[in-house]
Design a protein around this ligand. Sequence first.
Ligand SMILES: [Zn+2]
Length: 43
Amino acid sequence: MLDLEFYHNIPKKECRECGCEIKEKHESYLYECERCIGKNEEY
Ligand SMILES: [Zn+2]
């Protein structure tokens, strides 16, 4: 139950680079939109 509430409380993801809303279901550790991820090839 607590886990479900936790997921419901997750705010909308915003790209930390350009600030746009991330609608795609990226992995939870990603905080950038596809465009910025493509530009930043750090991994
Ligand atoms: Zn972005």
